[in-house]
Write a protein that binds this ligand. Sequence first.
Ligand code: C2E
Ligand code: MG
Ligand code: MG
Ligand code: MG
Length: 285
Amino acid sequence: EETSEAHNPIAIAETGSQTDLLWDISLRARIDDAMEAGEIYCVYQPKIDLQSNAVVGVEALVRWHDPARGFISPMHFIQQCEKAGRMEHLTRYVLQSACSAGQLLHFRGHMISMSVNISATLLSDMRVVGLVRNVLQATRFDPCFLTLEITETARISDHEVAATILNELRSIGVRISMDDFGVGAANYEAFYELPFDEIKIDRMFVANIAKDPKARAIVASIAAMGRGARITVVAEGLENPQDIPMLQEAGCQQVQGFAFSRPLSLSNLLEYQELAPEQTLSNIV
Ligand code: C2E
Ligand code: MG
Ligand code: MG
Ligand code: MG
């Protein structure tokens, strides 16, 4: 299990200060070396099917552990990566790690899917299609088991271009997921105009499903919308196992969250899979 999710105090120091700016500049300069050195790596969080109780997939989440400064928050360094013009590079690196991990899982008999986060800013250019295709070829991972989670869909500048790119990716066999549904601007518009196979309900609503009827109503309405559109509905960020029946009642098909597992290293994931492949849900409910 991940030892520390603690963020670096320097990284979250008051924004706008000079130390902050210098820190960010040095961060940007070190991204490539950190990938090379293995300081940047992926952890994997299980996705559980609410009907079969089985782990049906994992989401790859990027981590940066700097030997001198500790863990750096992914939200922060992804933003810096974008500023440094290294998003494509980071995405290739994460895809490569995730697809190799997926290939190993399949080799061990765990036929589960692999989800990788893709920043919306990459959907303005057809190059991302070649990138995904190349990684799939190099790792020999079956495209049908790869899901791309599009984050920050509000930042997609041209829906027509993005739809072309996503359809191209779908024609390879890759599934497309809309991340963090319900937060951010123009969510419904993006959902309407782009070809998604899956939708993930933001954890803001999922986490509060038991204590807030409003959150419960939102989860149920997103789930109904997903059902109507015939796509998979995933609830993310479930922390309390006691809330599982509510998610089922709301009509969610899959769930992800600390209630089942924190993101795991590849070796811990293999252990998790080999210990209790089907019992994960029944054990905790
Ligand atoms: P996301 O894609 O929505 O990922 C889910 C986030 O929620 C992860 O945070 C995960 O650790 C956290 N989480 C999962 N279950 C729970 C729970 O039960 N409770 C709570 N409190 N949190 C939970 P993380 O790893 O810090 O990632 C944050 C965001 O950074 C991601 O949100 C995603 O937007 C972005 N990100 C992470 N890895 C990548 C990547 O490789 N590429 C890109 N472009 N973005 C990434
Ligand atoms: Mg995600
Ligand atoms: Mg999300
Ligand atoms: Mg989120």
